[in-house]
Design a protein around this ligand. Structure first.
Ligand code: UDP
Ligand code: MG
Length: 320
């Protein structure tokens, strides 16, 4: 029987071959310093490079390392969720593979956890070495999210955080497919606190969040915590109808009581373009929600695992 693991550190990886060795080294150093038994769970999210081979090598040499290898790329948030399914510790830490979140902060998180906090999230004071575009979109995203939703999602926090076993179990019970993990954790509640840190530059490689993934991420975040976009449709519809009604009265008046010639063309084309644009946009909003309802109703598994490494034969990786 192996010793009971106290800490589980989850590391999602997508094409991180350049950083993995270094990340492992830093994490090992920090977690050894914690003085308690721990496991490092590397989740390979369908990388196309040598990430998986490199991690397998690490796992074969270090009994504290586990590898969960996905059958394809399922996305960052799902990789984190999978790590939580496999985690055996009393406290679970999620950290990016690229060392933008300094592993040393984990020890501060653990200290807070020992004080009795059940969620300790990292709040970034500064973001180093990221493009202005990334910083601006991130800034806008967190503010927009805050104004759109009723859940208190702390500003400027990523997925770098520690959660207690209790929180992890509740989270695993939330079966939604389009997951915005940090929002779900806020929604769950419990005693939460933060530690502050400076977000470093990526150690190597480039961001695995191109604009397309960023937009998908933002849409998941907003639609899973807010119905406001749907309400916007209602309000817009209402005001447009009101405007059209008033305009109708104006034209009727002109037609009946004045001799203004009907010029018409620009207004007709202009209005028709405007209204069609708005209608398509609103249909799109509704479509986003319906698509997500459809995803939920299909009830497919969140992810598919090709293989797991680092578990002894008698050990069950996931307890249902
Ligand atoms: N990641 C992942 N699957 C993806 C995209 C990213 O597992 O489809 C991982 C990635 O390897 C990293 C973390 O998610 O560990 C955050 O990604 P990244 O550092 O590229 O995002 P950024 O810091 O630029 O927002
Ligand atoms: Mg990063």
């Amino acid at each position: 029987m192996s010793v009971k693991v106290k800490y589980s550190v989850i590391v999602p990886m997508y094409n991180e071959e350049e950083v993995i060795d270094h990340t492992y080294g830093r994490l090992k150093e920090v977690m050894d310093a914690s003085g308690d038994p721990y496991e490092l769970i590397f989740v390979n999210d369908g990388s196309r490079d040598r990430t998986v081979e490199k991690t397998a090598l690490i796992a074969s040499a270090d009994p504290n390392v586990r590898l969960i290898d996905f059958s394809r790329n399922f996305g960052h948030q799902i990789a984190i969720s999978a790590g939580m399914d496999y985690a055996q510790g009393d406290a679970i830490v999620v950290i990016d593979a690229d060392l933008q979140d300094p592993p040393e902060i984990i020890l501060q998180m653990i200290a807070k956890w020992k004080e009795g906090y059940e969620v300790v999230y990292g709040r970034r004071l500064k973001r180093k070495g990221e493009t202005l575009f990334k910083k601006l979109t991130a800034l806008a995203f967190y503010r927009l999210l805050r104004s759109m939703t009723n859940v208190e999602i702390p500003l400027d926090t990523g997925d770098f955080r520690l959660i207690d076993r209790k929180v992890c179990d509740v989270l695993r019970g939330l079966k939604e497919k389009n997951r915005f993990v940090r929002g779900l954790i806020s929604w769950i509640g419990f005693r939460q606190t933060s530690v502050e840190y400076i977000r470093e530059e990526r150690f190597a490689g480039e961001t695995k969040y191109p604009l397309k993934k960023m937009i998908g991420f933002a849409l998941d975040a907003i639609t899973s915590f807010s119905h406001k976009p749907l309400k916007i449709a209602t309000y817009l519809g209402f005001f447009l109808s009101l405007g059209s009604f008033i305009y109708l009265i104006v034209i009727l008046y002109q037609r009946l009581f004045t001799s203004t010639t009907i010029e018409g063309w620009t207004t007709t084309v202009g209005l028709s373009l405007l209204f069609n644009g708005i209608i398509l946009l609103l249909l799109g909003v509704i479509g986003e929600y319906i698509g997500r309802i459809y995803d939920e109703s299909k009830d497919r598994p969140l992810y598919i695992v090709r293989e797991t490494l680092g578990y002894k034969e008698h050990e069950h990786a996931v307890e249902e």
